[in-house]
Design a protein around this ligand. Structure first.
Ligand code: GLV
Ligand code: MG
Length: 349
């Protein structure tokens, strides 16, 4: 048992008060870089002008021999690189790895004032978040931080999906969730070797004509990730935190990447991971509302006056619920336009 009154108390003496709302900052793309790679680090200032979030990756894709160099490289970036309006996130190593404890101790005490969000991989249940929550509070107190660092969990194990609601609700620090389709596929023993995206064999087929089962029959490919994304969006909405698509591994296939990002956007996600500069442009286009949608939404809100009753606009029925839908679009457009003159003009805001 825990009193709701205690939920917003710091978990260590001297740690900053937990946040009550997740602050809105654009996070349409969480762009991954390897802090152990000097070439990538040199590009960070330029990337920061293009991406909403830069994430120094310490976990998978970083060779075991480079783990310490990556941690040290991220400390250097945090200390010395001006990222302008871009946020700085990290993905630490998993809780059962030999590096996780030092990742947390070093990053929170050395650059905790620069880190916005810590992404925790392979989260299985609320107990994983509770562990990180308390440890980060102790380290924040040690470092004398004034604002709490937020946590983000990757949904990438079967148990994590089964416990997704309790993960989202485990701490006021929880900022959001990302889908981790590669680890999740392995954990579930799915038979795909792709990183995110569709699979041509996952399909449904129309009935045979005149019993001819071998004859031509239309098929439609289904989305392998729909169930998980939809669960994730509902769990995040319940907890007041933000859902994100994860990696799309086929960097060359920019068309399928855009489709996958757009499905996630339409379903309620606010952003995605980007693994290559090409994907940043796609994410920006997809996760910023279409100007025509924003203009339409503004028109519905205007014509609905006090928001009650029902009206027809261009033959389409509008009522309280559609006004709420339109407000979602206009609110997002307004928040994004606040930092982006081009979008502000396109939206007429
Ligand atoms: C990401 O970490 C994934 O496993 O897909
Ligand atoms: Mg993973």
């Amino acid at each position: 048992m825990r009193s709701p009154k205690d939920f917003f108390q710091p978990l260590a003496l001297g740690a900053p008060d937990p946040v009550r709302e997740i602050p809105f900052r654009p996070s349409r793309m969480i762009h991954f870089f390897d802090p152990s790679n000097p070439k990538m680090v040199a590009k960070v200032p330029d990337m920061a002008t293009k991406a909403d979030v830069l994430l120094g990756n310490l976990e998978d894709a970083i060779k075991a021999d480079n783990k310490e160099a990556a941690r040290a490289g991220l400390v250097e970036v945090g200390r010395n690189v001006d990222l302008g309006d871009a946020q700085l996130w990290t993905r630490i190593n998993s809780l059962d790895s030999p590096w996780c404890l030092d990742d947390l101790i070093t990053l929170v005490t050395e650059i905790g004032d620069r880190l916005d969000v810590i992404m925790v991989p392979k989260v299985e249940g609320a107990e994983d978040i509770h562990y990180v929550d308390r440890l980060v509070a102790q380290l924040e107190a040690r470092a004398g931080l004034q604002r709490p660092i937020l946590l983000h969990a990757i949904l990438e194990t079967a148990r994590g999906v089964a416990n997704v609601e309790e993960i989202c609700l485990a701490s006021p620090r929880m900022q959001g969730l990302s889908l981790g389709p590669a680890d999740l596929a392995a954990s579930r023993r799915m038979k795909t070797t792709r990183v995110g995206g569709g699979h041509p064999d996952y399909l449904v087929r129309a009935d045979p004509v005149d019993g001819d089962i071998e004859g031509a029959r239309a098929t439609a490919q289904q989305d392998l990730w729909h169930y998980t994304l939809a669960r994730m969006v509902d769990a995040c909405g319940t907890a007041g935190i933000l859902p994100y698509y994860g990696p799309f591994g086929d960097i060359a296939d920019v068309v399928a990447c855009e489709d996958q990002f757009r499905n996630a956007y339409l379903l309620g996600c606010v952003g995605t991971w980007t693994l290559h500069p090409k994907q940043i442009e796609i994410a920006k286009r997809v996760f910023s509302p279409e100007p025509s949608e924003v203009l339409w939404a503004k028109r519905v809100i205007d014509e609905m006056g006090d928001g009650t009753g029902a009206v027809m606009i261009d033959g389409k029925m509008q009522d309280d619920a559609t006004v709420k839908q339109c407000r979602v679009v206009v609110e997002l457009a307004t928040q994004l336009a606040a930092n982006d003159a081009e979008l502000a003009e396109a939206y007429g805001l």
